[in-house]
Design a binder for this molecule. Structure first.
Ligand code: ZN
Ligand code: ZN
Length: 265
């Protein structure tokens, strides 16, 4: 049997295994958890032939996604209440180390519940949907930023063991597959076990992250970097990441997050 025959058999077996798994554990909508069809026929825009596609979300939720599509801060991409303003309060008051960032969704309603289920109830199967949305929303942003590498915000090893997986690393890997931009998931590490940022004030957030990150192999980094995270709040984490990346000779630093938490400003 030739190598290509073997590969074809392995591929067929894998597809059959996937299909079998889908029958036992049918894929569900990442937002409302209704069972999704395993595949459906679609005709891509501008093409004559139809093809099969695996839906990542139900049609009902597709029409109601909470995109971060209103007025946003030109620097951090967070939504701002007054559309005449160019920058949010935090960016006006604080020197930013990252160049620019954007978030795809507002962290609210079913989107927030979905992200919580993914993180705390191990719904890793939502990640292809998240990465696909990040890819669609960031095309113009990526053309401007031209990142040479993707770096996820790292999780401390102890936390990764407790949770069993690192959602940002998985998201960054999948986003790399969709976008074709190389990813390095183990080059920047979290060297200090930090408290959750939630509930801390601005100064406490900065102190909490002081010297939290470290670059292992700076020689492998150069040029613009795209940092990936799941939620953007005040940007303290992004500034800490930008700081360590800039110190190690790369940059400018851009970021892309799935959601931004609405802090009315
Ligand atoms: Zn749904
Ligand atoms: Zn801002």
């Amino acid at each position: 049997m030739s190598k290509s025959d073997k590969r074809a058999i392995i591929r067929t077996l894998r597809t059959a295994a996937d299909l079998g798994l889908s029958l036992i554990y049918p894929p569900r909508c990442p937002l409302c958890e209704t069972v999704l069809p395993i595949a459906r026929r679609i005709r891509p825009e501008g093409q004559e032939r139809s093809c099969w596609e695996r839906p990542l979300i139900c049609d009902d939720c597709r029409g109601k996604l909470p995109y971060n599509s209103g007025a946003v801060c030109l620097r951090c991409g967070t939504c701002i209440a007054d559309e005449r303003e160019e920058y949010c309060r935090v960016c006006l008051l604080r020197e930013r180390l990252f160049r620019q960032g954007m978030s795809v969704f507002l962290y609210q309603g079913k989107m927030r519940d979905s992200l919580m289920r993914m993180k705390f109830h191990n719904h890793r199967e939502y990640i292809p949907f998240y990465a696909d949305e990040m890819k669609r929303a960031s095309e113009a942003f990526l053309r401007r930023a031209q990142p040479s590498v993707i770096i996820p915000v790292p999780m401390h090893e102890r936390k990764r063991r407790e949770r069993g997986f690192d959602q940002c690393a998985l998201l960054a890997r999948r986003f790399s597959e969709c976008s074709g931009i190389p990813v390095q998931t183990d080059n920047v590490v979290r060297v200090r076990y930090t408290k959750p940022q939630k509930g801390l004030n601005a100064q406490e957030r900065r102190n909490n992250l002081k010297n939290a990150f470290s670059v292992r192999r700076p020689q492998e980094l150069s040029g613009p970097v795209l940092v990936i995270d799941d939620i953007y709040t005040t940007g303290t984490t992004m500034d800490a990441m930008a700081s360590v990346l800039l110190e190690n000779g790369c940059g400018p630093v851009f970021f892309l997050t799935l959601c931004c938490a609405r802090i009315m400003q």
